[in-house]
Ligand binder design. Structure first.
Ligand code: AMP
Ligand code: MG
Length: 630
């Protein structure tokens, strides 16, 4: 039986009535507190009531052992101003249109109203902050946790059946705040609000954002005093690799097993939904996020039986492989890929100094403090695997125990001394094999996305070298804008690329307004290089689409995967200035609207402004970097 069903009694909302319109008010959303009902709380506050009785000022940062969370409520927000709401988020959560205009909505997303908690009776569902740790820039950082994020409740969309956890970022101090203030500044909140929804619209797995609230009475000290804000964000899970890291560092083997079981049964769709066992005879690497890598058989020595925890590990590995492939295909950089910022669900998560690349530069890191380029664009696939190996180590005992996983002795006492070597070598072999699977899934997904972005129907082995690599080298050398290149390519007709003369003429559309840049390039050499690539590309287009290239259909297909609008750093910077300093409000909804519909040609706003936001990045605003202070 699914444990989610057992926790259903905690739901205090009306369930779906079976009609097509199941969208409800916030109060009526079906809510649950599965996470807190199944995992152990901080023993300082063993019940929500114990936490609720404690004055907010008495919450102070400390080490929280043998627990996965602390019950803690958001700080009171004085006269919050709801700045913007994502219509896509409202829809996906199953909230009815118009609800965002109510006082209840405003107070809930500011943390002033607790839905589900009965103040009189002191019972019901209660907010919480998670405990986790993390490896930051390659070093162990100890306990981290939700230092300024507080989750309110989980809610399941009655139509899609997707369950999300709603969380407020910037809601005040928790036991996990360490030396910091529990607050978020408006600047970084605007960035997270927009990018979460933009990534989702680009079909890149990500945590989401429902709303952005300004706290007019909150002044937050960073380098200077800045206005505070709250982003109400939501995700299928906020668990991170860092959640396992802290348990491993403390030797909490029971909790590692309990958390893994919770994830398989309550975050994913049950053990049976995980990738099928990868036995030595079997080439089935299927599963819910299968990408058809069946032919990439990963053979392992005999005796490497995969138990269910290995399959869980593989699911997490595969999800992250797909997500990082999408980042590479759309040139998104997270900027701080520490293990606490690597999602168990495979989501893009925790947006600090992130950026989409402007010009294609594989060494670009958006993080001003990342001197070693650890979190550069080029390094992302490697770093995510590094993080996944940390997870493999946390799960190592479970993975390595093979068929012995449920024996009473192993569950209670762990591995026998004499079996330890075997366990370790089995775990190592299985993690290595998962590494091969990571590569295979990554490549498969990357190829799928790039093939689509280039407007091709099929992938030929030679495309990797002839089309992908050569294109990336060309873009790097000529300092071309990555995402704009694909959109401009989508506009081309292959009939206009027949002769070298024509191709060289067309090549000019890819240049910046100031002309050709990049060391050693002249206009002539640049046109020649792009023309050569266009010739190879058009040959492949003819192969896939027939003798006339089927321009119309192909262009429609390409526009569906090649965005016109990308919320680049310079746009977010301008947005921040206009909202924070200029007092503008409407611009937030405008930019959000474009981010939610990135593949459109126009958005029914001011045509000139739209084109400016989709156009060439101002020369001195390219490849900006951010500091980590947010
Ligand atoms: P990040 O670099 O944003 O992933 O944050 C790393 C850790 O620091 C997480 O545990 C955050 O919750 C915590 N943290 C970051 N900023 C603050 C803040 N202003 N107040 C409390 N905790 C914070
Ligand atoms: Mg983080």
């Amino acid at each position: 039986m699914r444990i989610a069903q057992m926790a259903a009694h905690l739901s205090n909302g009306s369930a779906s009535n079976g009609t097509s319109d199941t969208r409800t008010s916030l109060a009526d959303l079906p809510k649950s507190w599965t996470f807190t009902s199944l995992l152990p709380p901080d023993s300082r506050f063993p019940t929500p009531a114990a936490s609720h009785k404690t004055p907010r000022e008495d919450i102070e940062p400390r080490q929280v052992k043998s627990a996965l969370f602390t019950w803690v409520r958001p700080e009171e927000a004085k006269e919050p101003e709801l700045l913007s709401v994502s219509p896509a988020a409202i829809k996906d959560l199953g909230i009815k249109v118009g609800e965002e205009k109510t006082e209840e909505f405003k107070q809930t997303v500011a943390g002033n109203r607790l839905l589900g908690w009965d103040v009189e009776k002191e019972e019901g569902g209660y907010p919480w902050a998670q405990c986790y740790g993390g490896w930051q820039f390659g070093s162990w950082a100890g306990q981290l946790g939700d230092g300024r994020a507080i989750s309110l409740f989980e809610t399941t969309n009655s139509s899609t059946k997707t369950r999300y956890e709603l969380q407020l970022k910037g809601a005040g101090i928790t036991p996990y705040s360490r030396f910091a203030d529990g607050k978020a500044v408006l600047r970084s909140s605007i960035r997270e609000y927009i990018v979460s929804e933009a990534l989702n619209a680009l079909r890149i797995p990500t945590t989401r954002a429902l709303s952005l609230t300004l706290l007019p009475y909150s002044k937050v000290r960073r380098e200077i005093l800045e206005p505070g804000a709250i982003v109400a964000r939501f995700a299928q899970s906020w668990l991170r690799i860092g959640t396992f890291d802290i348990l491993r560092a403390r030797g909490d083997r029971d909790l590692i097993r309990q958390l893994s079981t919770y994830i398989a049964e309550n975050v994913f769709d049950g053990w049976e939904s995980l990738p099928a066992r990868n036995s030595n005879e079997d080439d089935n690497l299927g599963g819910p996020v299968g990408t058809g890598v069946g032919k990439n058989i990963i053979e392992g020595p005999a005796g490497q039986e995969e138990n269910r925890f290995t399959r869980l590990y593989r699911e997490i590995v595969r999800r992250n492989a797909k997500t990082v492939a999408a980042w590479q295909a759309y040139a998104f950089t997270n900027g701080v890929l520490n293990t606490d910022n690597t999602s168990v669900f495979g989501l893009s998560i925790d947006f600090g100094p992130f950026a989409f690349l402007d010009n294609f530069d594989p060494n670009y890191t958006p993080n001003h403090d990342d001197h070693m380029l650890r979190y550069s664009y080029r390094n992302q696939p490697t770093i995510i695997w590094w993080n996944l190996v940390r997870l493999g180590e946390s799960l190592g005992e479970l993975i390595g125990s093979g068929e012995n996983i449920d024996s009473e002795e192993f569950v209670e006492k762990g591995v026998r001394q004499e079996d330890a070597d075997e366990l370790v070598s089995r775990a190592e072999a299985l993690i290595t094999r998962a590494g091969d699977e990571y590569k295979a899934v990554f490549l498969e997904e990357y190829k799928r996305l790039m093939t689509a972005r280039l407007g091709l129907k099929t992938h030929k082995e030679s495309d990797f070298e002839t089309l992908f690599s050569e294109l990336l080298d060309t873009m790097e050398s000529l300092e071309l804008d990555f995402n704009q290149f694909f959109r401009k390519l989508s506009n081309l007709k292959v009939g206009d690329l027949e002769t070298e003369e024509q191709r060289k003429e067309v090549a000019g559309v890819f240049f910046h307004h100031e002309g050709v840049t990049g060391i050693g390039n002249t206009e002539e050499s640049a046109r020649k290089r792009i023309a050569e690539w266009l010739e190879k590309w058009s040959t492949r287009v003819y192969e896939d689409w027939g003798p006339n290239g089927d321009d119309e259909t192909r262009q429609v297909e390409m526009m569906k995967v090649n965005p016109k609008f990308i919320p680049k750093s310079w746009i977010l910077d301008e947005l921040i200035k206009r909202v924070e300093k200029g007092g503008e409000r409407e611009i937030l909804d405008r930019v959000m609207h474009m981010a939610l519909h990135p593949f459109e040609e126009s958005w029914g706003w001011d045509k000139k402004e739209e084109e400016r936001f989709c156009g060439d990045v101002p020369k001195f605003d390219r490849a900006m970097q951010c500091s980590c202070s947010s």
